[in-house]
Design a protein around this ligand. Structure first.
Ligand code: ADP
Ligand code: MG
Length: 346
């Protein structure tokens, strides 16, 4: 007869490793968290370096506020954060992330090293972490103001996950996609992405650019020269929309849909489908638009109860908001379309 299994409590490090593997699933979502940290730190230049698609090395260097030497001890523990505003309103979209869990999670499944310097400190400090804890005291070193986060050997201790990655170039292009999208949404900040030891960048944008400049830098002039600007707002809903969308002259084999809600890169299948339907009336079959939309919504109306790795987002008054966005896009496309016909007739 089979004996019942003996129930034992899992070791805390094992629990943390499993939890971390659930929130960080691949280099691209680790990078998204790190990018948001650099933006939160008011950086004006962010450089990303990858080796092996980010699986061997994922490094992000910024020129933001830096991290205080006193905080380096606890910065990689779970639920440690300097973002007090996140606790003032738990319904705010800012809590959509990991609430002080990003660095902690990464330190459980990779070799994490932080080099950082604040404006007031005379030198930089470097610390490596394992399982949320520093491996030693901060060591003084040379460095500019800001922070370098190096993530090496992602999933070195999670063999099944590591083996699931088929190609480094696939991971590289997923990371590039995230960097390009954040660059488009944050034109005041300069972004760069390159392969380790490569001389040229895969992505390069300058600080104080425009959304259009950065769409050109990332997706090329064939998109950038065919853009229409859309806008909309509704005070009672606290809804504001700004977007750059391709006109009816532009068509691509694959649609590009970039959606930011309250400055976070998300996806909304409902909104995406609605917009694609509008375009299907204007574009030849099998061709697709480029759409960049930034929505500002009342943070209390955005559902934060979505798992952090799922980009899909839901919000209150979704139907009305999607409808409003659709109408703005429709009238813009229609306007642009009739003016084209009009030109032809003259
Ligand atoms: P959260 O962003 O939710 O606070 P994280 O684990 O992502 O949690 O980061 C923990 C803390 O580490 C942040 O609150 C911030 O104080 C600090 N931090 C992380 N990355 C940076 C950075 N690039 N520049 C300055 N501070 C940072
Ligand atoms: Mg964070």
């Amino acid at each position: 007869m089979a004996e019942p299994g003996v129930i034992k409590k899992l070791d805390e490090t094992v629990v943390n490793r499993i939890a971390a593997g659930e929130v960080i699933q691949r280099p691209a979502n680790a990078l998204k968290e790190l990018l948001e940290n650099s933006l939160d730190a008011k950086s004006s230049n962010i450089k990303v370096t990858l080796k092996g698609g980010g699986l061997k090395l994922l490094q992000i260097q910024d020129d933001g506020t830096g991290i205080r030497k006193e905080d380096l001890d606890i910065v990689c523990e779970r639920f440690t954060t300097s973002k007090l505003r996140e606790f003032e309103d738990l319904n705010s979209i800012n809590t959509f992330g990991f609430r002080g869990e990003a660095l902690a999670s990464i330190s459980h499944i990779a070799h994490l090293t932080i080099t950082t310097k604040t404006a007031l400190q005379p030198c930089a400090y470097i610390v490596s972490y394992e399982d949320g804890k520093p491996k030693g005291l901060p060591k003084p070193c040379a460095g500019n103001q800001g922070t370098i986060i190096s993530v090496e050997d992602l999933f070195y201790n999670v063999a099944t996950r590591r083996k699931a990655f088929k190609s480094a170039s696939e991971e590289h292009s997923r990371v590039a996609d995230v960097v390009g999208r954040y660059a488009i949404h944050n034109p005041k900040v300069g972004f760069a992405l390159k392969k380790h030891e490569a001389n040229t960048s895969d992505i390069k944008t300058n600080p104080n650019s425009t959304h259009v400049d950065n769409i050109r830098a990332v997706y090329g002039n064939s998109v950038a020269r065919e853009l229409l600007e859309v806008e909309g707002s509704d005070d009672s809903l606290k809804y504001k929309m700004h977007g750059l969308i391709s006109n009816v002259n532009y068509s691509a084999k694959k649609s590009i849909f970039i959606l930011f809600i309250n400055d976070r890169l998300v996806d909304s299948t409902a909104l995406r489908k609605t917009i694609e339907n509008v375009y299907s009336l204007y574009l030849p079959k099998g061709s697709h638009p480029f759409v960049y939309i930034s929505l500002a919504l009342d943070p209390r109306n955005v559902d934060v109860n979505v798992h952090p790795t799922k980009h899909e987002v839901h919000f209150l008054h979704e139907d009305i908001i999607i409808d409003k966005t659709q109408k703005s896009i429709e009238s813009k496309l229609l306007g642009a379309n009739t003016s084209r016909v009009f030109y032809k007739q003259c």
